[in-house]
Write a new protein. Structure first.
Length: 179
């Protein structure tokens, strides 16, 4: 299998609770959680509950739209991760993120999947700008968002605390016309 062929075979599907059984093994990879304040799922039932909640979207009192997707590679017939976008409806701005099994890192999968999602939400929801926030130590994600055309705009010291250490964050930004 060539990576180029696999990249053309990526499909993003709206996340449903049924995806939990297909994504549990993928998302329990501890490497995914090195730079995020979240732990791997402990069992399929907990992941099913989480996906069920996420699939229902943002609470109605928020002026946000929560979009979550499962990433499927049709060439290998496997799910490889998830994507998330929070659209702030008042500003038409979206914050984007991803979780991909480490077996697919550094091969263009996350770049392609995020690009698919970004183009989809521009078309379907009229999003006009994007941001991505990441731990300053996560050099792979930093390079990924730069490849997508996002530019550094800010630094937040002590944005979070997990794994016994403070986490500092960079925020990257791009206008929709960059995509």
């Amino acid at each position: 299998m060539s990576d180029k062929g696999a990249l053309n075979s990526l499909i993003i599907e709206p996340l449903k609770k049924d995806h939990a059984s297909k994504l549990f093994e993928v998302l329990k990879d501890p490497k995914i959680y090195t730079y995020i304040p979240e732990d791997p799922p402990t069992n399929k039932e907990a992941l099913t509950d989480k996906f069920d909640t996420l699939s229902q979207g943002a609470p109605s009192h928020l002026a946000e739209l929560w979009l979550n997707y499962a990433v499927y590679d049709s060439e290998i017939s496997q799910y490889i991760g998830t994507l998330q976008a929070t659209i702030f409806m008042n500003s038409k701005k979206a914050s984007v993120a991803y979780l991909l099994n480490s077996n697919y890192w550094g091969r263009g999968y996350a770049t392609k999947a995020l690009s698919l999602m970004i183009k989809k939400i521009i078309k379907e929801y009229g999003v006009i700008e994007f941001e991505a926030c990441m731990d300053t130590r996560n050099t792979k994600s930093i390079e990924l968002v730069k490849r997508l055309g996002l530019e550094y705009i800010s630094f937040e010291e002590n944005a979070d605390f997990f794994g016994g250490k403070p986490s500092h964050e960079y925020t990257y930004h791009a206008k929709s016309e960059n995509f």
